[in-house]
Design a protein around this ligand. Structure first.
Ligand code: LAG
Ligand code: CA
Length: 567
């Protein structure tokens, strides 16, 4: 079918206006962090779900493209982005291993999202990992040359160039020409839409919970919306639409039909973690090119960007790890934590035997940031604070930031080259908390403050409820010389919880046994500053406050007595 450009444009507008109901936006449940175990084989992903991802609180795992593909004998990583057919024999395993992986992950409470390569087929080669024979445009039993865009009619290149190229001038060029020479499926066509949906529904039948839609930018939203409508259930859809300023195809054209991978996010993190992280105070959808938080899947790196220069990567070491800690603490999008294999040649494939990917071994050819105790601690932090706004931001210098998540958690991050010691308002109740990023315990005093030392390129983070020991308390005796009339009592009230947070109705009554000196002994948090006043209550409950400024006091680490006079 050779659609005229105008008709194609009408289809696009209609679908974008209507939107779709099929795909479910934002992962459901209280765990939403996605581990992107790129190029891991199915057996290794299954073991990882059971032993690490589930116990750490990850909500999902993204796995490599599961369909059969061109084989380059394992020499390169990118052969798997050239589908040869839709059977599930690939360099990562076969259909039964894939199905067993999905079951293992589900048993561990981890959803499975598959990398769906549906814009194109191959651009080269003739044999696949599964043993299929094909040539570009001809895939026996699946597609024939009529199922592909043909440059002269479809992609509008008068000079017969096959490749896409005009990203600023023409969406049609981006979506109907061949991305790096890959045979471009004619996704306007019913047969093609049905074949793609059939493949995705096969994965759904095996339990797959959603899809990372590869090269979504190169398929029109109208075509994708039609394909998504054909899917069974409500898979979670997030689409790869790389943002480029001034380009004809923009991520915002796809947020009506699913979520998008937020490419600006990792670019900005690289910029700020190479400069001033204090700039991150407003980081979010007001920043240029960024999509709404509820539509975005964030990543510090992915397999393409780690091979380029746009983002940080594992090769940046501690800064990369720290940026991932920030990502899990910040209130924006659905976070993805990336791990692939260790590489020096950017083309090279993962460790393999006869082309088939070997089991992943952390530290033995594979990167495993997702297992780092600071990262798993932050997955727990993210789950605990999810939905709570950022509160109490402070940035003592360009390398140090601290913020809370509305009394559910608090973190300080130090991107400097030396440790930073400071006192911060945490917003959390008094107590001694376990540090979730592998640091020692953090003591929060009765005023909500903590004095912490944040390691270089490190973080200190705590979550509400994460106390290890009850807060240290000291007895403080309050004596006040106050003359009263019969029936009137003297009480004590102040700024901290132990002194009833200025609520006169709950004020602590003092004893008149030593009249005219009234007194009471109260347990207060140690090493804590607070304000207070004495009040008088008569028989009818009328309250009279001491005049003048609030009284102030700071507890130490042992018992104390305060002698006062009501003037
Ligand atoms: C993606 N997003 O849109 C993937 O994230 C990206 O990694 C994929 O490119 C791309 N889409 C196609 O799915 C990768 C490599 C390319 C490679 C391509 C197909 O980055 O370099 O192209 O997968 O295997 C390779 C050669 C090209 C050649 C092409 C066709 O590198 O030189 O023209 O194959 O034969
Ligand atoms: Ca296309």
């Amino acid at each position: 079918m050779k659609l005229k450009a105008g008709i194609a444009a009408l289809f696009t507008m209609a679908a974008v206006l209507v939107g779709i109901d099929a795909a479910q936006a934002t992962p459901q449940g209280d765990r939403d962090v996605i581990a992107n175990l790129w190029s891991w084989n199915w057996n290794s992903v299954a073991r990882e779900c059971t032993a690490h991802l589930g116990p750490a609180g990850y909500g999902g795992v993204q796995v490599a493209p599961p369909q059969d593909s061109l084989t380059r004998g394992g020499a390169v990583w990118w052969d798997v982005y050239q589908p040869a057919d839709y059977t599930l024999t690939s360099k990562f395993g076969d259909e039964s291993q894939f199905a067993a992986m999905v079951r293992a992950c589900h048993d561990a409470g981890v959803k499975v999202y598959a990398d769906a390569v549906v814009n194109h087929m191959t651009g080269q080669g003739s044999t696949s990992y599964g043993g299929a024979t094909f040539s570009k445009y001809t895939y026996p039993g699946l597609y024939s040359p009529d199922d592909f865009h043909y440059y002269a009619e479809d992609c509008g290149n008068a000079d017969n160039l096959i490749h896409d190229g005009d990203y600023t001038g023409s969406a049609r060029n981006v979506q109907n020409c061949e991305l790096v020479g890959l045979a471009d499926l004619e996704t306007e066509e019913g047969h093609v839409r049905g074949a793609i949906a059939g493949y995705l529904n096969k994965l759904i039948a095996l339990g797959v919970d959603g899809f990372r839609v590869d090269a979504a930018k190169h398929t029109s939203p109208a075509d994708l919306a039609d394909i998504y409508r054909r899917l069974d259930g409500s898979p979670y859809i997030y689409q790869e639409v790389i943002h480029g300023a001034g380009e004809a195809v923009q991520p915002g054209q796809y947020t009506g039909i699913g979520d998008v991978l937020e490419f600006q996010y990792g670019r900005y993190l690289r910029e700020k973690f190479s400069g001033s992280i204090a700039d991150l105070r407003t980081f979010g959808e007001t920043w240029g090119g960024m999509q709404p938080s509820g539509r975005s899947v964030t990543f510090v790196a992915n397999h393409d960007t780690e091979r380029g220069t746009g983002t940080l990567s594992y090769k940046d070491g501690a800064v990369y790890r720290l940026a991932t800690i920030f990502q899990l603490a910040w209130d924006y999008g659905t976070p993805q934590v990336y791990d692939g294999f260790t590489w020096s040649d950017r083309e090279a494939g993962p460790p393999h035997s006869n082309g088939f990917v070997r089991d992943a071994v952390c530290g033995g050819g594979w990167e495993c940031l997702h297992r780092d105790p600071a990262i798993t601690g932050m997955v727990g932090f993210h789950n605990a604070v999810r939905g709570a706004p950022v509160t109490g931001w402070s940035a003592p210098n360009g390398n140090v930031i601290a913020f809370g998540r509305d009394a559910k958690g608090w973190i300080a991050i130090n991107n400097g080259t030396g440790p930073h010691t400071g006192t911060f308002a945490t917003g959390l109740a008094a107590g001694t908390y376990a540090g979730v990023t592998g640091t020692g315990p953090v003591t929060v005093n009765g005023g909500g403050q903590a004095t912490v030392t944040v390691p270089a390129k490190g973080a200190v983070a705590i979550v509400a409820g994460g106390t290890t020991t009850p807060p240290a308390q000291v007895p403080v005796t309050f004596n006040v010389n106050a003359t009263t009339t019969w029936g009137t009592n003297v009480c004590l009230v102040g700024s901290i919880g132990a002194l009833k947070s200025w609520d006169p109705a709950q004020a602590i009554p003092l004893s008149s046994a030593g009249y005219p000196v009234w007194s009471a002994t109260v347990m207060l948090p140690a090493n804590t500053s607070f304000e207070y006043k004495f009040i008088k209550k008569d028989g009818s409950g009328n309250v009279t406050w001491e005049s003048g400024a609030n009284r102030t006091y700071t507890t130490g680490s042992s018992a104390a007595t305060i002698d006062a006079t009501w003037k």
